[in-house]
Every structure is written in structure tokens, then in C-alpha cells.
Write a protein that binds this ligand. Sequence first.
Ligand code: GLU
Length: 297
Amino acid sequence: MKNQTVIRPYVGRFAPSPTGPLHFGSLVCALASYLDAKQHNGKWLLRIEDIDPPREPPGAADAIKRTLESHGLFWDGEVRYQSTRSEAYWECLNKLATLDLTYPCNCTRARLAPLRGCYGGYCRRNPPSQNEPCALRLKVTDLPAAFRHLDNQIEFYDRICGLQRENLAEASGDFVIHRKDGLFAYQLAVVVDDIDQNITDIVRGDDLLDTTARQIFLYHILGHTPPTYAHIPVIKDSNGNKLSKQNHAPAVNDATPLQNLCNALLALGVQPAEGSIEDILNEAAETMSFAQNASID
Ligand code: GLU
């Protein structure tokens, strides 16, 4: 059979963790992924990544939805809550374990700290006893025979950042997909849902660029085609720090959506049109270009 390129209808998403209300940086990310979906006549989904209850103040998910709505960023279909998806995550974890692609790890922070984020496989060589709390790690090297053809040297083309290469053995090592505290790891949940929701295009902040190779590896392991990625420069404060809750970035003011949208568009290198929220969004969906954004960083 000849090779065929399958064109999949564009499905994008905004996937905030409800650790607080949206700040300007997250509004810019939401806007960029929304406009890209509209530019491609695609769908734009909203997924609330609420898998870390201790970090989620009550009401944050609702506040995020209100902010999106007040800025005219209406999503398609029902909101997905990751807190309702445990069964799917367990199913994936069990499948990976059955395929001998995972192993338990009880390494403490003290043992991990000097490794600077790249796990050397201690618990793979020294299996912990089964009756203590363990994380579950996904193997990226010396895979079982059926997976030996998979490369842990990941290469992908980012629409904004260009060609990216990451050797997982050197960058992350075997990585956590289920946490020691019993919570599902972001890496697992994000890929299980992106696959389940047929996401074709991911537009998000470039603070997540270095998580992407691990996600692509999971796609390969699970036998799915990874989406296309565009990582936009994260918004920084005047001290050069990423806007975040930790840095006390203020919540977006829902009472001034026009002004916020114009500022967010300028941050994306788009000159805002005049008119209503709808006019501004429609016009911006036609004019936004990621190629230009790469140079405004
Ligand atoms: N939930 C993640 C966050 O808020 C983003 C997930 C993603 O876009 O892949 O940082």
C-alpha cells in the first residue's frame, strides 16, 4: 500500500491547571490557541487539568471559565475535567506495566536532587520493596523487545521554536507517570487526554517546551501520532520572571475584557482591530502569524 498522508481535522485545546484564576500570561496562551484553532476552522476544547487537589483552591476552575467567557473565548463542546478521568489513566498505567515498560521507584527528594532532573535508573537496578509508597517510572532506555525500534532521541518541529531535538536518556531518564503521593503525573494525564480527545494541534507556553519530548515518546509507546506543537514565549514581568501564581501575578480583570484582549494581542505581535470583542477576535484570527511571533521574543 502507498504511503498516505492523513489530514486530520484541526482540534486544539486550552488545558489550564486550576491552581488559581487566569493571569495575563495564561490569557495570552488561551488566546493564541483559540485564534490558531479559528484560523484553521478547527475546534477549540477546554480541559481543566484538576489532578492535583492540594494545589487547587475551590472555585478556581469556575473563575477560569468566567474569564474565558467574558473575553469571548467560547470553547466547543463540554468542558473536560481530568478529575473524572482516573479510570482511563489507570487503564493506561496498567497497560504500560503489563508491557514491562514501567517500574516502581521510592527514591527520596534527597536522592533525586543531585541528579538535576535526569534519573539514572537507581530503582530499576535496585527494586524497592513492594509495600512502601512508590512512584511509577516509564522506561526510556533498554526497552522490552517489542519496543526496541523506538528511539529515545526525539526530534520534532515546533511551529514557533523550530526544530527541537532531545535525547531522553540524557534529558530526563526514565520519567514518572504516577507519583509517589498517589496522584497521576501531568505527563501521563495530558497525553492520555490529548489522544482521547483527538487533539491535533497544541499551542501553549514555551515553559512546557521541555516536557514535549517525553509526551511524544509516550505517543510513540502508545502507538499514536503526536500532535503539532507551537510554543509561544511566556509573558515575563519587569524582572524577567515568568508571570505565575508563585510570582503573585494578578488575576485578569473580567471587567475590562477589551483592554485585556488588546494587550494580549499586542503580546502576540498582532495589531488589534477596533470594534467589539467579536470583531477583534475575528480579525485577529485572520492576521495572527506564529512565524512573526518567533522574532518578537
Ligand atoms: N495544565 C498545564 C498547565 O496549566 C498545561 C498543559 C498543557 O497545555 O499541555 O501548565
